[in-house]
Design a protein around this ligand. Structure first.
Ligand code: PLP
Length: 397
């Protein structure tokens, strides 16, 4: 599978792009689809009776159906378009706690969460007189399930966890987390931002209550994402953004809200983004998510084996990551210096605290890590180029 040529930004250069956890490059087919949508059927959705408006509405709703199909969201689930995973997580947290949270109750999150799945719960708990319970990770990077089991009580309102962590590529034991939480009648939200592009995800088979994703990490455009949620919850959750199209009737005295999903999509949505998002998912389906997962797993293993063999490299999580995200250090260089020196050699990756300050603090990593993350276009050659560049940096000493 050599897909590099399908990505204009990569096809034009010999850049080694290892920053897909931050954002992915876009295949030509996604750019074409969005270009066509702007050129041929640009009109606002769900309001104009003209053919153009009807056509764009049809495409917007077809995009919703594509997201639902891609994530195995059957009848019991609803896809709500958001501006991204952060927006989906904030929407879910705010609306769920407003609807179901009571003072004295608690929310459970994992220490390894991205700030987008940590800070909303922390801040909302504070505002609503609720407690935030944080489950630490063990040496293998996975959450301590015994602590989780003990923390789950009648006072627990929801459990929020990443499917895959953005720092060390740890796939959390989400089936087990869901089983433990559901046994106590507690719903589970999964942050799928780092999982969705790299493995097949079936929300119904997982049985999660909420699943959040960003299109731009799935080879689609920025500014669009989705909250996929069980209707059973969404139907009793209050809208948190108000405006056009999310209402059925507005009078001076009172407003009646529209049914799902419009109730949660106030204002003009990013309909061109939705079309691009759907094309990205369709294109991923053409590649076959099982095959994508197998290929990335093999590359992840190679990345881990090659990087750890470089003299001087330190791996804070020693084992091979579950997903294509490898965090490492090359002391005495700071992660920032290594990233700059790699950039000079045509290797793009991220360094720092990766929006996971609580985890980095607990692990004693004040400068964070250097993070190489894989995408569908990466090859063995990219890993060789990264390692050669790291060896050159190590040899400066
Ligand atoms: N959750 C995880 C695990 C992430 O890695 C990220 C982004 O890196 C987010 C949430 C937030 O995604 P976005 O910035 O697209 O809203």
């Amino acid at each position: 599978m050599n897909l590099r040529q399908e990505f204009p930004l990569l096809a034009q250069t010999n850049l080694t792009y290892l920053d897909s956890a931050a954002t992915t490059q876009k295949p030509q087919t996604v750019l074409d689809e969005m270009d066509r949508a702007y050129r041929l059927c640009n009109a606002n959705v769900h309001r104009s009776p003209h053919s153009l408006g009807r056509e764009m509405t049809r495409r917007y709703e077809a995009a919703r159906a594509e997201v639902a199909a891609f994530f195995g969201a059957g009848e019991g689930y609803q896809v709500v378009f958001t501006s991204g995973a952060t927006d989906a997580l904030n929407l879910a947290a705010r609306s769920f706690l407003e609807g179901f949270g009571r003072p004295g109750q608690q929310v459970i999150v994992l220490l390894s969460e991205h700030h987008s799945n940590f800070v909303p719960w922390q801040q909302l708990c504070r505002r609503q007189g609720m407690a935030l319970r944080v489950i630490p990770a063990g040496e293998d990077g996975r959450p301590d399930l015994e602590q989780l089991g003990k923390a789950l009580t009648k006072k627990t309102c929801i459990v929020a966890a990443a499917h895959v962590t953005n720092t060390f590529g740890v796939e959390n034991p989400v089936e087990e987390i869901i089983r433990l939480a559901h046994a106590q009648g507690v719903p589970v939200l999964l942050d799928g931002a780092q999982a969705a592009a790299h493995q097949p995800v079936d929300v119904q088979a997982l049985g999660c209550d909420f699943y959040c994703v960003s299109s731009h990490k799935l080879y689609g455009p920025t500014g669009i994402g989705a909250l996929i949620a069980r209707k059973q919850w969404l139907e009793s959750m209050p809208p948190v953004a108000f405006g056009g199209e999310m209402v059925e009737r507005v009078a001076v005295e009172e407003t009646r809200f529209a049914p799902l999903p419009a109730r949660f999509e106030a204002g003009t949505p990013n309909f061109i983004g939705a079309v691009g998002f759907a094309r990205a998912l369709g294109w991923l389906e053409e590649q076959g998510m099982e095959q994508v997962a197998r290929r990335e797993q093999a590359l992840t293993r190679l990345l881990w084996e090659e990087v750890r063999r470089i003299p001087g490299v330190v791996l804070p999580l020693e084992r091979c990551p579950d997903a294509g995200i490898l965090s490492f250090l090359l002391p005495p260089f700071s992660p920032y210096d290594v990233a700059l020196l790699l950039d000079q050699q045509g290797v793009a990756l991220r360094e720092g605290l990766h929006c996971a300050h609580p985890l980095m603090q607990a692990m004693g990593l004040p400068q964070g890590t250097i993070r190489a993350s894989l995408g569908i276009y990466n090859s063995e050659e990219d890993i060789e180029r990264l390692c050669a560049a790291l060896r050159r940096i190590a040899s400066i000493l």
